[in-house]
Ligand binder design. Sequence first.
Ligand SMILES: Cc1ncc(COP(=O)(O)O)c(C=O)c1O
Length: 462
Amino acid sequence: MSTTYGPDEIAALQEKAKRHLWLHFTRMSSYADADVPVIVRGEGAYVYDQRGKRYLDGLAGLFVSQIGHGRTEVAEAGARQASQLAYFPLWSYAHPQAVALADRLAALAPGDLNRVFFTTSGSEAVESAWKLAKQYFRTVGEPGRFKVLSRSIAYHGTSMGALAITGLPGIKEPFEPLPPGGVRVPNTNFYRAPEFVATDVTAFGVWAADEIERAILREGPESVAAIFLEPCQNSGGCFPPPPGYFQRVREICDRYGVLLVSDEVICAFGRLGHYFGAERYGYQPDIITFAKGVTSGYAPLGGMLVADRLMEPFAAGSSTFLHGVTFAGHPVSCAVAMANLDVFEKEDLLGNVRSHEGAFRATLEKLADLPIVGDVRGDGYFYGIELVKDKATRETFDDDESERLLRGFLSHALFDSGLVCRADDRGDPVIQLSPPLICTQEHFDEMEQILRHVLTEAWTRL
Ligand SMILES: Cc1ncc(COP(=O)(O)O)c(C=O)c1O
């Protein structure tokens, strides 16, 4: 089948999309008088729409397509598995692909994270980690521990439990009351640090970590089960941890018996130049949650990597972790994940990120000469560009300006100019970039040029 559509096919596709398809987190009314963007094909770092127009995939779909698009060897691994055994559950049974992948992930993960519990998505992984923390503490005689800490503006998923951990009031409010026990602590946005630590990133990190200790003490340590932290926080626009932050958090968690969950749904599988973000920043989590890049999106899969000691109470007698989902660890997804990791090894994708990340940063930092660019931050192939109204005072946009700038102009203009990225104002307005790990200087230059052109235009419209 051709991947470029004729005018009649496009009209039919648009009509059906507008009539029947419900897009996620999307203001559907914005497509009343505009085309729904339809992507039909991908190759390498590029995707193509229904008319054959090419776009640089600067967001790896949604922080997913690590190895890039159109890898037939990965697709074929999925097809072979579907022919041999399309489905069997991980409820009481195993299949060879889940065994092989669990073994491989355990070997890649830091420390004693040797037990893999598969899910189908990141939200389910987060949900599973909270449920495991709760049931674990009940099983070992600390039933009062159920609360979970997370950082302000952090996104940890949309199912009810994961949403209770998410720190974005705007997307939680319609679903209140959520499961109780979610507690917020500050994030590590140094650009917006409180004044008394605004000039010293290490002191800022000490303060932000100590706020976690203060929250644990305020809530009562005997009631706190876990803290969920991304290695580099996505929502708000890529906040890397200050130096020493995670080491201090680890100490605090150990002091109060709180589990440290590294939510690596975005940061694992090369996004930060390592298989896991915890390795990059040198800390040992009790649980790692993952999804997205584990398959590079060739099939859906998520899961959690769990420390041996958390599994121990469930390894003897009648004790059972009372949790599972039908499609978790799907054979096709596991086969695809194995083939995906083969590509990582064969092409040294971690090495590619590590050797080019400095150039990526330097290329994006060129944009700092624009009056609208306040901050460029991130690590690896994961960057946020914070937009401001006044560079000197760091004044941000009001709701109305933000609406006009991001929704009214930037999102469409960037896409129309051939760049898939994200313009987001769930915190202060940011543009986010998270390209496939195969990208090199030519792709960085293309991103910079499109951003320069569109951000310059945005400034004149304010
Ligand atoms: C850190 C983090 N946790 C959890 C999730 C939820 O993952 P999913 O959309 O696969 O449910 C996301 C999604 O972007 C995420 O970034």
